[in-house]
Design a protein around this ligand. Structure first.
Ligand code: URA
Ligand code: URA
Length: 291
């Protein structure tokens, strides 16, 4: 919506059509209410939001609205967040945060995550999907949240999107084992809906510790939710964030690109993704990443 020509009506129309385009885009990803997810687990969400349109639905909500999930408080629009009890309340849920920095290995952190109810979503019976890969990796990939397949395996990016991710990695001369892979959320959300701001917020301190323990030279965020969360840009479009390196928490360089599940749906995003990962590989080599 570049040139607004000062005409407010025109501007409003531009905004509306922007939102409609976005909605079209994400509407496409959304809604796989068929709980038979065999086909749709592919589409982990980055984009789905089966909790049809809470006002919070992070995907469509480009313009403003979302909370600054990272520090600060909790919620905001969480109408549909049913099982809130026990998440914030009291001591034991907060207690776990004090232990994060005491974890000096990934194993210790994983153990802590395993008993951290604050990491759970309102889908019962999910298993922890902590992360996988080389603990000394110079490249860390961060997706959004586990899907059905990942929940089953306990490993991130295990389903269709994961297979495409492996191919992308191979194309820039990485093996999956060379890198470390994690998600913003460590448990699967119901119906593969987008992680809610408060879920991301509760998870972030654990992820930040995980990143610090790995201490990668580069981070690649996959999909909009991941980029928005890590860069604290709650209403930024992916296209505005991708294609360049961002300083992340003062000491890391972060590249944002499309989510592999998004590429399975939208072939037009393959080229920009390709460009992004080429840049990433180049930077990795410049920084002396191993291998
Ligand atoms: N999509 C993600 O964002 N993460 C996974 O682990 C799998 C699919
Ligand atoms: N929106 C997303 O959520 N993910 C993408 O990869 C692209 C657009």
């Amino acid at each position: 919506m570049a040139d607004s020509n000062q005409d407010p009506e025109k501007l409003i129309n531009q905004v509306i059509s922007f939102i409609e385009r976005e909605r079209e885009l994400y509407g496409d990803f959304a809604m796989n209410p068929s709980t038979e997810n065999s086909e749709d687990k592919i589409t982990r969400k980055s984009e789905s939001q089966t909790e049809s349109s809470t006002p919070s639905n992070s995907s469509v909500t480009e313009p403003s609205q979302q909370t600054s999930e990272t520090p600060s408080t909790t919620t905001q629009n969480d109408d549909s967040f049913s099982s809130q009890e026990g998440l914030f309340n009291q001591d034991d849920s907060n207690e776990v945060y004090y232990q994060i920095d005491k974890c000096n290995t990934l194993e210790e952190l994983e153990k802590l995550c395993r008993k951290a109810d604050v990491l759970r979503t309102d889908l019962e019976g999910t298993q922890l999907v902590f992360g996988v890969g080389n603990p000394d990796a110079d490249l860390m990939l961060i997706g959004e949240a586990p899907g059905a397949e990942e929940d089953k395996q306990g490993e991130p990016f295990f389903g269709k999107a994961g297979q495409l991710l492996n191919k992308i990695l191979n194309a820039i001369n990485f093996q999956r084992e060379d890198v470390y892979i994690a998600n913003i959320l460590k448990h699967r959300p119901p119906n593969n809906r987008n992680p809610k701001p408060e879920e991301r917020e509760r998870s972030l301190p654990f992820l930040q510790r995980q990143i610090d323990l790995i201490n990668p030279k580069l981070i690649l965020s996959l999909g909009k939710v991941s980029a928005q969360t890590l860069l604290e840009k709650n209403s930024a479009s992916l296209s505005s964030m991708r294609g360049k390196f961002h300083k992340f928490r003062g000491k890391y360089e972060l590249m944002a690109t499309y989510h592999p599940a998004a590429l399975l749906r939208h072939a037009k995003w393959k080229r920009p993704t390709w460009e992004d990962v080429q840049l990433l590989r180049k930077r990795y080599d410049e920084l002396g990443g191993q291998p």
